[in-house]
Design a protein around this ligand. Structure first.
Ligand SMILES: O=C(O)CCC(=O)C(=O)O
Length: 255
């Protein structure tokens, strides 16, 4: 669950807004902000903490404007509808997804459209405690094909050194091994237990560690507009993506 420590208020006039934000981000992997009033403003914030990673759908500066564009929904383009989005990791179909996701609300929906965030560390620790077999199966190498045939064969939880990362999508662009499939209901229940809904107004948003936190949204009606930027944290800031767990249950470790 979020608490007041995870809420770092960013003052739009404050050129020094990055340091406090970085401390929160390094500690919790998630920071909420206010007063980021335009896509340009989000871009300034993003450049102060990250190297921008462009996206298929972004403009040249790396900003993607997410809104319901109508028409028929195509696979991999659900963001541009008014539908709910299941908890996911952005760019899970590549080996190294960008480590940061920055989102700001340009205009809230008339109804619905709340953002949903889930701490992958809480999900992992929960599973490791309550369903160690699930944690292990969902960490098995090559147990998920993310992103279709040209995608990436990996796992939901993966260890790099002493850090664990989460990578997930639950749409038609993820195919799970039979053993991972068996544990998906347990995973989804754990995700639900740790989900927090954020009702964002204009100028409010979040920065999250895309290797630790999952994000999604609820269905909406109206002209909702969100600005999105991906990036990798600037090296000198000392932000290490992913999380540590006292209960590592990676394949090969004792249960
Ligand atoms: O609309 C949102 O709040 C989230 C969008 C999103 O997660 C995406 O497009 O991947």
């Amino acid at each position: 669950m979020l608490d007041s420590r995870t809420r770092h208020r960013v003052n739009s006039q404050d050129v020094e807004m990055a340091p406090g934000l970085v401390v929160e981000l390094a500690a919790h992997g998630l920071v909420l902000f206010d007063d980021v009033t335009s896509a340009d403003h989000l871009l300034r914030l993003a450049r102060s903490i990250a190297t921008i990673v462009p996206h298929r759908d972004s403009d040249a500066s790396g900003v993607t404007t997410i809104a319901d564009v109508g028409g028929q929904m195509r696979s991999g383009f659900a963001g541009f509808s008014a539908c709910a989005l299941n908890p996911h990791t952005d760019r899970s179909g590549i080996v190294n997804p960008p480590a940061l996701l920055m989102m700001a609300c340009g205009q809230p929906a008339s109804t619905g459209g709340e953002c949903v965030v889930i701490d992958g560390k809480a999900v992992y620790d929960d599973l490791a405690e309550s369903h160690p077999k699930a944690a292990k199966a969902l960490s098995a190498p090559r147990s998920v094909l993310f992103g279709g045939a040209a995608g990436y064969l990996g796992s939901i939880f993966a260890a790099t050194g002493d850090r664990i990362t989460i990578s997930l999508r639950l749409d038609d662009l993820a195919q799970f091994s039979p053993d991972a499939t068996r544990w998906l209901p347990v995973l989804r229940a754990a995700i639900d237990r740790h989900a927090t809904m954020l009702r964002l107004n204009t100028g409010q948003g979040y920065v999250l560690d895309n290797h630790r936190w999952l994000h999604g949204r609820r269905a909406f009606a109206g002209q909702r507009v969100m600005y999105r930027i991906h990036g990798d944290p600037l090296h000198h800031l000392g932000i290490t993506p992913g999380f540590l767990s006292a209960r590592t249950l990676m394949p090969g470790s004792a249960t």
